[in-house]
Design a protein. Structure first.
Length: 267
């Protein structure tokens, strides 16, 4: 069962759903590139690992109560070895795509799907991703960024002011930095009501870019992830939609019989 929406499904931006969608899209983009690129190029899946800033926290004293001694010492448990003080999050893995040369394994283009972690308010999360952007630039690698999240800080390589000035209103966007022959930036805005576009993935100078149609890949991810079962369309999506878009979304959901026909019975 496909998503009820013609393009991005805003319910998939939820924190418990988007990470799996992110991973599926990276895999499907890699497969699509390998099916379409000429000989001499290979798309590979990579994983970036970090610990999220806002999940790296100290123990809650109110919960621990008298577990430690009254002089500030660390509580011990007989027969157990203390591994680490404090509560630490498991590392977060982010999947992205690299297009490399089959000879010499030279990095040609990176394809990044912007994640919830990239856009979190914590400075460390944004700086970690922005440092990776600079590394691509210094390596002379092209960068394609796909932002399918309406919430959070702006992190793609094209500034938000430039995007707004050149593209007008948009909900999602694609940003591309082409490094050869000189560094240039491109972008495309996407409205919620629109189908996701085909995007050009640049290769080496002199080689034609490879077109990747994002909408069939999103549709495939929706089906293979069984999001039709996971998503509760009777609850508001997060972040919430503006009034006009909410009305548009509700009309679609009613047409697809995912909401009651009587608006008065909706949440």
């Amino acid at each position: 069962m496909p998503s009820p929406f013609p393009g991005m499904d805003p319910w998939l931006e939820a924190t418990d759903l988007f990470p799996s969608l992110h991973e599926k899209l990276a895999v499907y983009i890699s497969e699509e590139l390998n099916a379409r690129m000429p000989a001499g190029y290979v798309a590979t899946i990579k994983n970036r690992v970090w610990v999220e800033e806002d999940r790296n926290r100290e123990p809650d004293v109110g919960v621990l109560g008298s577990g430690g001694d009254r002089n500030g010492g660390v509580a011990t448990l007989p027969g157990l070895v203390l591994i680490e003080d404090g509560l630490r999050s498991d590392p977060v893995e982010e999947t992205y795509v690299e297009v490399i040369s089959s000879q010499g394994k030279r990095l040609i283009t990176a394809v990044e799907i912007i994640s919830l972690t990239n856009k979190r308010a914590g400075k460390r999360n944004r700086r970690t991703y922005q440092r990776k952007q600079r590394e691509y630039h210094r390596a002379g690698a092209n960068l394609v960024e796909i932002d399918l999240l309406r919430d959070g800080s702006h992190v793609t390589c094209v500034s938000l002011s430039q995007l707004e000035r050149q593209l007008g209103p948009f909900d999602y966007h694609i940003a591309v930095r082409l490094e050869h022959p000189v560094s240039r930036q491109f972008a495309a805005g996407i409205r919620l009501e629109e189908r996701l576009p085909s995007i050009a993935i640049p290769l080496d100078r002199g080689a034609a870019p490879v077109m990747v149609d994002l909408q069939p890949l999103l549709d495939r991810a929706y089906d293979t992830g069984r999001y039709a079962t996971l998503v509760d369309y009777t609850a508001w999506c997060e972040p919430p939609l503006p009034a006009a878009q909410r009305k548009w979304a509700e009309a679609i959901l009613r047409e697809k019989r995912l909401l009651p026909a009587n608006p008065a019975s909706n949440p």
